[in-house]
Write a protein that binds this ligand. Structure first.
Ligand SMILES: Cc1cc2nc3c(=O)[nH]c(=O)nc-3n(C[C@H](O)[C@H](O)[C@H](O)COP(=O)(O)OP(=O)(O)OC[C@H]3O[C@@H](n4cnc5c(N)ncnc54)[C@H](O)[C@@H]3O)c2cc1C
Length: 421
C-alpha cells in the first residue's frame, strides 16, 4: 500500500502542475502579445504550489506568487502536532524551493481583484496579470453560529495553516485539566470531512495516555461520520477504541454559543463545556465572492477550472468547484485534466470543450488517523461528462490499520518534498 500511495502522490502532484500550466499557457498564446504572459498565483498553499510548480515547467510564463505567510504549513497530518505527538515545525517548509524556480514571490495579502484592469491589489501595491490563478482556500461562516464572532479567539477552528497552534493550546489545557471538550462537525461541504473525527480520536488517545478525567463530546450535524463511506469504520474506531473517552451525538445542529457561560446550544439541547473546537461551515473567501466569481464557492468550468465569469481567471483548490472533493490533491485539479490532453491544448475557450468521453477530475486521498499507529484511508476519484455533474467514487479501508497509518506519513513526506523539497 505504501508504494502505491507514494507513487500515486507523486503522479498527482506532477499532474497538478502540468494541468494549470497547460491550461494557462494554452489560453495565453492567442490572447497576449507578450511571449511570456504574466501569470499571478494567489495563495501559496496546496493548490497554489501545485500550480506554480506546473507553470514553472517549460519557462513559458512569468510567475508571481502572492502569499502572506513566510513558510508553508500543512493542514493534513498536523493533528499529530495538535494532539501533542509532534512539533509544528514537522509540518512546515520554507518557500525557498519556489524562489529557486525563478518565481517572483510577494509576501502580501491580496485585498481586491480589478477584473476590468486585470490587476490584483494588496494594501501597498497593484500587480498586473494576463492570467490569474486563485487558490486562496476557505473562510469560516462565523454568522452561522450566533455568539461565535465575538469569541473567535477562544474557539479557534484550526482548519487553515498556522491556526493549529491555538487549537493545540486548547487541547494541551484540556488534557491537563480535564472537563468537557466539545468538537462540532458542520454539514458538508467543509474542508476534509474526516478531519473532525480524526481530531477527536487523536485527542482521545492523548486523554487515555494522560489519564484525563473528562469527556470528548463530538456534536455532529450529520447522521454519521462524513463522508458516508467512512461512517462504519470511523464509528467503529470511536466506539471500540475510545468508548470511555468519546461521546458521539448525531444530528445535533449548533444553534448558538455562549462564551461567558461556556454553553453550546444545539437542536438536541444545551451542552456545557470547558474547552471547545468549534468547526464552522465554510465557503470561498470574500475576495472571490466580492470579485463576482461565485456565491458560496467559485463558479468554474470543469474540468478546466476556468472561471465561468472571467476566462482569464482559474480558481483551484477548496475555493472552487462546489461539487469537487475538498482535499489537498484536488487543488491540483486543473493539472490532471490538462495534462491528460496536453497533446492538444485548447485556446482560451468561450466554446464548450470538444471531448465527448468522461474526463478525470483531480483525485484525492484523505487520511483519518485514529491513533498514532492506525489510520483509515479514503481514496476519492471523480470524473465528469460535459453537461453532467461530476461522479465521485470512494474507496475506503473497512477498518483502521497500520499500513494506512504508515501510508499517510509517507504520503505527507513525498508530497511536501515534491512541492517544496
Ligand atoms: C485537519 C485537516 C486535515 C486534512 N487532511 C487531508 C488529507 O489527508 N488529504 C487531503 O488530500 N487533504 C486534506 N486536507 C485538505 C487540504 O488541506 C486542503 O484541501 C488544501 O489545503 C486546499 O488547498 P488550497 O490551495 O485550496 O488552500 P490552502 O492550502 O489553505 O492554501 C490557501 C493559501 O492561500 C493564502 N491566502 C488566502 N487568502 C489570501 C489572499 N487574500 N492573498 C494571498 N494569499 C492568500 C493562505 O495564506 C494559504 O497559504 C486536510 C485539511 C485539514 C484542515
Amino acid at each position: 500500500m505504501k508504494e502505491i500511495n507514494s507513487t500515486r502522490r507523486r503522479t498527482l502532484l506532477k499532474g497538478t502542475a502540468a494541468a494549470t500550466a497547460v491550461s494557462v499557457v494554452g489560453c495565453a498564446s492567442p490572447l497576449t502579445t507578450s511571449s511570456r504572459p504574466r501569470v499571478v498565483v494567489v495563495g501559496g498553499g496546496w493548490g497554489g504550489l501545485g500550480a506554480v510548480r506546473a507553470l514553472a515547467t517549460g519557462g513559458k510564463v512569468d510567475i508571481t506568487l502572492i502569499e502572506p505567510n513566510d513558510d508553508f504549513m500543512s493542514c493534513p497530518l498536523s493533528i499529530l502536532y495538535i494532539a501533542g505527538y509532534a512539533q509544528s515545525s514537522d509540518f512546515q517548509r520554507s518557500y525557498g524551493a519556489v524562489d529557486a524556480l525563478g518565481v517572483r514571490r510577494v509576501k502580501d495579502r491580496v485585498v481586491d481583484i480589478d477584473r476590468a484592469g486585470r490587476t490584483v491589489k494588496t494594501a501597498t501595491q497593484s500587480i498586473p496579470y494576463d492570467f490569474l490563478v486563485l487558490s486562496t482556500g476557505l473562510e469560516y461562516m462565523e454568522e452561522a453560529l450566533p455568539g461565535y464572532a465575538a469569541a473567535r479567539d477562544q474557539f479557534p477552528v484550526g482548519f487553515r495553516a498556522f491556526e493549529q497552534a491555538a487549537v493545540q493550546r486548547q487541547v494541551a489545557a484540556f488534557v491537563e485539566q480535564g472537563g468537557n471538550f466539545v468538537i462540532t462537525v458542520p454539514k458538508p461541504p467543509y474542508r476534509c470531512p474526516p478531519a473532525p473525527y480524526e481530531r477527536a480520536c487523536m485527542i482521545a488517545q492523548r486523554m487515555k495516555e494522560k489519564g484525563t478525567k473528562g469527556k470528548l463530546i463530538v456534536v455532529d450535524a450529520n447522521k454519521h461520520p462524513m463522508p458516508p463511506p467512512l461512517a462504519k469504520p470511523m464509528q467503529t474506531a470511536m466506539r471500540e477504541m475510545y468508548g470511555s473517552q468519546i461521546e458521539y451525538i448525531t444530528e445535533a445542529d449548533p444553534k448558538s454559543i455562549d462564551a461567558g457561560r461556556k454553553v453550546l446550544s444545539t437542536s438536541k439541547g444545551d451542552i456545557p463545556f470547558s474547552h471547545a473546537n468549534i468547526i464552522l461551515p465554510m465557503r470561498a473567501p470574500g475576495l472571490i465572492r466580492k470579485a463576482g466569481l461565485g456565491e458560496r464557492f467559485a463558479a468554474v468550468e470543469l474540468p478546466s477550472f476556468q472561471s465561468k465569469a472571467d476566462k482569464s481567471i482559474f480558481i483551484i483548490g477548496d475555493s472552487g468547484a462546489r461539487r469537487c472533493r475538498r482535499a489537498a490533491t484536488s487543488p491540483s485539479a486543473p493539472a490532471s485534466r490538462s495534462a491528460s490532453r496536453s497533446s492538444r491544448p485548447s485556446p482560451a475557450s468561450t466554446r464548450k470543450p470538444d471531448w465527448a468521453t468522461r474526463s478525470p477530475l483531480p483525485a484525492a486521498i484523505c487520511w483519518g488517523k485514529v491513533s498514532t499507529s492506525l489510520a483509515i484511508m479514503i481514496n476519492v476519484t471523480s470524473s465528469i461528462s460535459i453537461g453532467d455533474p461530476p461522479s465521485i467514487k470512494f474507496q475506503v479501508d473497512q477498518a483502521a490499520n497500520a499500513a494506512s497509518s504508515k501510508g499517510a506519513m509517507d504520503w505527507g513526506k513525498n508530497i511536501w518534498n515534491a512541492m517544496l523539497g
